[in-house]
Design a protein around this ligand. Structure first.
Ligand code: OOG
Ligand code: MG
Length: 266
């Protein structure tokens, strides 16, 4: 597996919203190489002026593992270009087959440069917010192996973050609702995220330390979805409510979006 070539493939697919074949099926590669490809693809984004703003965790809930058939925790990068303005219309034209999932997002106040305990994790946090992640696998039919999805920066495509809160006390088991046009499409609890979303900070500190990455103070950490993801379409109002913490919302534009309507949601 040529790392630079593979990085260019996933980067082009994301840039031009054009799905590619899975890579792991034609040429087997290891998780370590997958993270190298991911890193190299982020370097391509940075060379175009994008800036990393934090990281996201994936497959921190059973619901997501079951939906995608992958059962290892993964992580990828968030960049400034992925951050959507909360409440604003999102243009789906830049995605292939976007899905949305309810999460919580953390804001750090100290550098994370070593593996943290749960208690230490709390001391590194400034705030938490209800959030949604827009994922958009660059692979055809949203199908991938563990290595494929890591190489593809864990399907990261967009994020919408609601108002910051300091209600860490209610975070462990807060009700989560995701609504499309006022109708509940996913219902769950933050407890689905590793039993307690704070554990995602413990995991984030572990995986970044292993990768010899320092997460600077002021970074965002997306904890991973509490429920399965839901396919997006044009002209929707999308809302995520996390009980006791708040809500986040956005709309999708009516016109102009190229979205693969045939993609299944499971
Ligand atoms: C991979 C990303 C998983 C999560 O929150 O679990 C993820 C995918 O489902 O395409 O972001
Ligand atoms: Mg996610």
């Amino acid at each position: 597996m040529n790392i630079e070539q593979a990085a260019r493939r996933v980067d082009d697919a994301a840039r031009y919203a054009s799905a590619i074949e899975q890579m792991g099926t034609s040429e087997a590669f290891q998780v370590e190489d997958a993270y190298r490809i991911q890193r190299a693809s982020i370097a391509l984004r940075e060379a175009r002026g994008e800036r990393t703003i934090g990281i996201k965790l994936g497959f921190t809930s059973r619901a997501k593992m079951i939906q995608m058939g992958v059962d290892s925790l993964i992580w990828g990068w968030l960049t400034d270009a992925m951050l959507e303005e909360e409440g604003a219309p999102v243009d789906l034209a830049r995605f292939i087959h976007p899905r949305v999932e309810p999460e919580v997002c953390f804001l750090t106040k100290r550098d994370i440069d070593r593996p943290l305990t749960a208690l230490e994790a709390l001391g590194h946090l400034e705030a938490v917010a209800p959030a949604m992640e827009i994922i958009d696998s660059r692979y055809q039919a949203f199908r991938f192996t563990l290595e494929d999805v890591i190489a593809d920066n864990c399907s990261s495509a967009g994020l919408v973050v609601g108002a910051w809160s300091n209600r860490f006390d209610v975070l462990r088991n807060a009700g989560v609702l995701m609504r499309f046009d006022g109708r509940d499409v996913q219902v769950g609890s933050t407890a689905a995220i590793l039993g307690d979303p704070l554990r995602s900070i413990v995991q984030a500190s572990r995986v970044t330390s292993e990768a010899e990455v320092v997460l600077p103070a002021g970074s965002l950490i997306m904890a991973g979805a509490a429920t399965a993801a839901q396919a997006l379409r044009r002209g929707l109002h999308v809302q995520c409510v996390v009980s006791g913490i708040g809500q986040a919302e956005f709309t999708t534009q009516h016109e102009g979006g190229h979205v693969n309507e045939t993609t299944r949601n499971d």
